[in-house]
Design a protein around this ligand. Structure first.
Ligand code: GLA
Length: 387
């Protein structure tokens, strides 16, 4: 993204002065979906697309003047206003400011203009990119960079929970803050330990196909999925008072079967997907260590099936993109991110790539009246100050 583009708007919309520029990426996730809030493993990486913001303290006690460049929308609000702004994009700025204040950062009034090239609603975490970009800026401008990277991740997640109505896990904010060019990261969401995995699959590439079906997690059944998982844990815990059960990570297949009748088929299926996904992420780690990409792909297809049939977060268009991948001999393909629209992530052999993309575009357009968007994945760096 172009710094001069953001800077020229910042200068024009405010008092002609420049500020500091920060950038944070969106993310992909190779495997490990809906496992983060269940204490499991995820395998994300930051992408080369994200949010860029120019920010500057404006000398007021608590007035924020914000301009969303892409939307051409200006909103001013006070941090002391208990309701905050109504515009959904401005709520991310309001929410992260209050969360950073809770962490001891003396946030005062500031001006901010931002733009993004991470596609909205495609399941690539444009919202986490905003939260971590703004957190990075506030930490630098008002907090002497004393807030740790992990605390910024948690502040971004708390923004979603407390101001945006999405009870998300920590994967997206983690990937956006900690991303590293060329590397995927395996994160254990229970212990928060993680490691970087250099990802250069010889002979393959990763590509996203965006169904352009709107992905909107706020007020969506995303929170219902989380409630189902928590309900299953509650029932298992009640049967085993001698042990500690915090999330589905602590539960075995046998324990899940024990509560099947009482939790009902729907919650059972949700938990079944999560337990299977935990095993699949570990299988993918082994396969990556052995350079066995065919095995990685096999796990991706299994994940898609589980997300579609058991977790029920797919839609017709995403299932169709998955079928097209299979038909074209693509190594692995699945829904990526929260679901309910957005993208599939595809692991494709180089020699099949061109034909697959053309075939998918033609057949998808014939059925749904528009082509899917195609994004080649480039794994980039996490949140940072640009200048
Ligand atoms: C959304 C959430 C994440 C995670 C994914 C599904 O992106 O923000 O915390 O739960 O869905 O894996």
């Amino acid at each position: 993204m172009d710094i001069e583009f953001v800077r020229s708007r910042f200068i024009k919309h405010f008092d002609g002065k420049t500020g500091n520029v920060y950038a944070s990426p969106g993310r992909i996730n190779l495997i490990g979906e809906h496992t983060d809030y269940n204490g499991g493993f995820v395998f994300p990486g930051a992408v080369d697309k994200g949010i860029m913001a120019e920010m500057r303290a404006n000398g007021t006690e608590d007035t924020v003047m914000a301009y969303a460049i892409d939307l051409k929308d200006r909103v001013d609000f006070k941090l002391s206003d208990p309701n905050g702004p109504r515009a959904s994009w401005a709520r991310y700025i309001y929410g992260i400011s209050l969360e950073m204040k809770k962490l001891g950062v003396p946030v005062k009034g500031f001006n901010i203009a931002f733009a993004g090239d991470v596609p909205l609603g495609a399941g690539m975490s444009s919202s986490a990119a905003m939260e971590s970009c703004f957190a990075c800026g506030l930490n630098d401008i008002f907090g002497e960079n004393k807030v740790s990277q992990w605390d910024m991740v948690l502040a971004g997640q708390a923004t979603e929970h407390n101001y945006c109505g999405v009870n998300c896990g920590i994967m997206d904010q983690f990937a956006s803050v900690f991303g590293k060019a060329g590397c995927l990261m395996r994160l254990d969401c229970r212990s928060r330990e993680f490691e970087y995995f250099p990802f250069k699959p010889d002979g393959y590439r990763l590509v996203l196909l965006d169904s352009v079906v709107k992905h909107q997690l706020a007020g969506s059944p995303y929170n219902d999925r989380r409630n189902s998982c928590e309900n299953v844990v509650k029932h298992i815990a009640a049967k085993h008072p001698e042990s500690k059960f915090e999330t589905l990570r602590d539960c075995t297949w046998e324990q899940l079967d024990e509560v099947r009748a009482e939790v009902g088929e729907e919650d059972y299926k949700r938990a079944k997907f999560v337990l299977g996904e935990k095993d699949r992420v570990l299988a993918v780690c082994d396969a990556l260590n052995e350079g066995d990409y065919e095995k990685v792909g096999e796990m991706m297809y299994k994940t898609h099936e589980g997300l579609s049939k058991d977790y029920e977060v797919s839609c017709e268009e995403l299932d169709y993109l998955n079928d097209l991948a299979k038909e074209n001999g693509v190594t692995g393909s699945r829904i990526m991110g929260g679901g309910f629209g957005g993208c599939t992530i595809n692991l494709v052999r180089n020699d099949l790539y061109k034909h697959f993309i053309e075939d998918a575009k033609t057949k998808f357009a014939a059925k749904y009246g528009h082509e899917p968007k195609v994004y080649d994945v480039v794994i980039g760096d996490g949140s940072r100050r640009i200048c």
